[in-house]
Design a protein around this ligand. Sequence first.
Ligand code: PAF
Length: 283
Amino acid sequence: VRIVTTARELRDHLAAHRRRGQRIAFVPTMGNLHEGHYALIDEARRHGDVVVASVFVNPAQFGPNEDFARYPRTPDEDAQGLERRGCDVLFLPAVAEIYPDGAAGATRVVPPARLATTLEGAIRPGHFEGVATVVAILFHLVQPDVAVFGRKDYQQLLVVRGLVRDLAFPIAIVDAPTRRDCDGLALSSRNRYLDDAERVRAVAIHATLRWIAAELRSGAPLAAIEHAASRQLVEAGLIPDYVSLRRALDLEIPDPGERTGLVALVAARAGAVRLIDNRLLDD
Ligand code: PAF
């Protein structure tokens, strides 16, 4: 894998590929890569001749009390993993390369409030503004034909789709299914913080999402399903931030009788570790 750290080097390197008519597929990440990320690299390979990954822990998307400073940074392992997985280019910029005047002083991209201030955005104010801002910058620097995002961060995926449409980025957004451990826990860089007992409890998130899917088919009211699912998480020793059934298209609150095109989204804490997961309920 070719490692580049500056925007200029990235531009020069990719321009050569573009001149040869090669399609560029991009996977933005915050590093500490695991099989979930590598599956996105595989997906990118299916859509491009040149696969570019970025590793950048974006200060703009962390709140003041969040884990920016202690977010795991493993650039050497990430580079080795990307090399093994056949990624062509790793963009590994310093903060000043992305935000010349610092993240706080940068021009921002503000996604629509109805999408960005609900669920994750309600609990993490400004988070999706930080995501939209860095994704817009990375899109300008990489200028990919295709960019791949995981479905695990479902709300982020919708924010990015809206960003691309509203700001007319000529980029196709491809989404990839969530990768899971064999007991169903969605892969996440934050799983490494779980101790053994928390790791066992964390399985309840996936189990609850499956229960919701089954319960929905039974015809129970949506609010009752959300309430019971939340109780299940508490009984499993987790602290739910939300359990919510929403319209999959735009995360709007569905009418009580709606049964199709929904997504269930969960955020819950196991000890100090905050986990999110979701399930599309379109069957
Ligand atoms: O999903 C992530 O890892 C980040 O939110 C992203 C898209 C790389 C932006 O920093």
